[in-house]
Design a protein around this ligand. Structure first.
Ligand code: BES
Ligand code: MN
Ligand code: ZN
Length: 499
């Protein structure tokens, strides 16, 4: 899918050659009010825009979308008023309010062609992200008559003018970030019969090479030669054999080295410890972590972060079959640690272990892994808030940045006593605890075993947030959400700036 054409404009929204003009509304102290950027449109309606919108029932509440025909008062045929909700006590509307409002507007506008948004005057970067993310559709597998594509072109008026350097830089960064989220969503939404380890690796390789990255793909033979027992064990049951993809970006004047690792289970049946049928189809999303890190390293190259970023991405399909690994097997992870498999459905941590050991061999300053790792994450934090574990300072930093992006994120502990519950009679550790308590945390404790000394580490469990099984809201569409791409991008930007 291709992102709409995006541009800044100084055009008067009332005379611009466009199909739809988007304005913002807020819930003010005295009822509905117009947001910044809407004045010219109001003047075209003789200053009666608030009255007209109120007649249509508008209140300015969050994610409200009200359409108003212009009847020739503007060149565009339609004005769409999107509700930002109530400003804070200082009269300020947050970036997330802008993203959600523009996202809701974009969803209502799909199929309408050219759009001019005045929300750039409120918060340009947030408006770009909201419009582009909300307008995302995945129609590759729909027959033609169902397709309602995103707007073809979106222009933004800004407070500063179209020539403003800072505005241009914001547009460029927000566009690249939104594109990266689309990329991740496309990967997640592509069904597992078309996206399996070899095809996923090939797509990642193409994307990476097009962005100037160095790409290395380890196939089954190379994995065996290299000693990747976790990936080979998990991937053994499928006729579609596993891969490990490494995508490297080295910016000029790279100040820090960041390793990214993402879980790439292209479908998770549970294996021999098979899952119930009910919601198994959701496990098409079990490669969302991989999708996010692939999209993020490509983004790092596009935005030329002064960093070295290497994504190490294990890909496997977890299937039952004659060649499957089984409960009771012992796998040897890269580097020599052994794991007794007690449940083949706790597979993500096994492929991540290999990948994290490999990633640490490069001597990174920071390691971020992300995965749709545990149902326990969803139980603990719900569908929208990622659980963030790891070394304390970096964990807290990643969680706070996640919240600032609007993706969410909450620091969770790694309680020491859970390590003993992962003990095995015959191997160095087991892949499950044998009880249901703190399942997200024990997965984190398991992964900690494979992080090298001295590396600042964050583990981001996105089992809930990566895949929207409900209806769309704000700029979050159905299916793959692209989480945690924006968090990862913001963490990289923060490391580039502050070390
Ligand atoms: N991919 C699942 C986790 C998951 C569950 C992601 C729901 C998204 C939504 C993972 O591989 C898994 O099966 N985890 C098990 C671990 C258990 C066997 C210790 C789980 O959470 O039940
Ligand atoms: Mn599983
Ligand atoms: Zn899984």
């Amino acid at each position: 899918m291709t992102v709409p054409k995006l541009a800044l404009t100084d055009s008067d929204p009332t005379t611009a050659a466009t199909d739809t003009v988007v304005i913002g509304t807020v819930q003010g102290a005295d009822g509905l009010a117009l947001a910044d950027g809407a004045a010219a449109v109001d003047a075209a309606f003789d200053g009666k825009l608030v009255e007209l919108l109120e007649t249509l029932g508008a209140t300015g509440k969050a994610e409200e979308v009200v359409k108003l025909p212009t009847a020739g008062k503007l060149t565009a045929a339609l004005v769409v008023a999107v509700g930002l909700g109530a400003p804070n006590a200082d009269g300020v509307v947050s970036a997330e309010q802008v993203r959600r409002a523009t996202g809701a507007g974009a969803r209502a506008l799909n199929g309408t062609g050219r759009v001019l948004s005045t929300l750039g005057a409120v918060d340009l970067a947030a408006a770009v992200e909201g419009h582009v993310l909300g307008g995302y559709t995945f129609t590759a597998y729909k027959s033609d008559q169902d397709k309602k594509p995103a707007a073809t072109k979106i222009e933004f008026t800004t407070g500063a003018g179209a020539k403003d350097k800072a505005a241009k830089a914001k547009l460029k960064a927000a566009t690249a970030i939104a594109e990266a989220v689309w990329t991740a969503r496309d990967f997640v939404n592509t069904p597992p019969n078309d996206l399996y380890p070899a095809s996923f690796a090939e797509r990642a390789q193409k994307l990476g090479e097009a962005a100037g990255l160095t790409v290395e793909v380890l196939d089954e033979k190379a994995l065996r030669k290299g000693g990747y027992g976790g990936i080979l064990g998990v991937g053994g049951g499928s006729s579609r054999k596993p891969r490990l993809v490494r995508l490297s970006y080295k910016g000029a004047k790279a100040r820090k080295k960041v390793a990214l690792v993402g879980k790439g289970i292209t479908f998770d049946t549970g294996g021999i410890s098979i899952k119930p049928a009910g919601e198994m189809h959701h496990m098409t999303s079990d490669m969302a972590g991989a999708a996010a890190v692939v999209a993020t390293v490509v983004l790092a190259a596009k935005l030329k972060y002064p960093l070295e970023v290497v994504a190490t991405v294990p890909m496997a399909e977890n299937m039952p079959g004659g060649e499957s690994y089984r409960p009771g097997d012992v796998l040897t992870i890269l580097g020599g640690k052994t794991v007794e498999v007690q449940n083949t459905d706790a597979e993500g941590r096994l492929i991540l272990a290999d990948a994290m050991v490999r990633a640490c061999q490069d001597g990174p300053d920071y390691l971020i892994d992300t995965a749709t790792l545990t149902g326990a994450q969803v139980v603990a934090l719900g569908k929208r808030t990622a659980g963030v574990m790891g070394t304390e300072d970096f964990r807290d930093r990643v969680a706070a940045i996640g919240r600032a992006t609007g993706e969410g994120g909450w620091a969770m502990p790694l309680p020491e006593e859970l390590r003993a519950d992962l003990s095995s009679n015959i191997a160095d550790l087991a892949n499950i605890t044998g009880h249901r308590w703190g399942g997200m945390l024990s997965a984190g404790i398991f992964l900690r075993e494979f992080v090298a000394e001295g590396v600042e580490w964050a583990h981001v469990d996105v089992a809930g947030p990566a895949y929207n099984t409900g209806g769309p809201w704000g700029y979050t569409t159905k299916g793959g959400t692209g989480q945690p791409v924006r968090t990862l991008a913001a963490v990289l930007a923060d490391i580039a700036e502050n070390g």
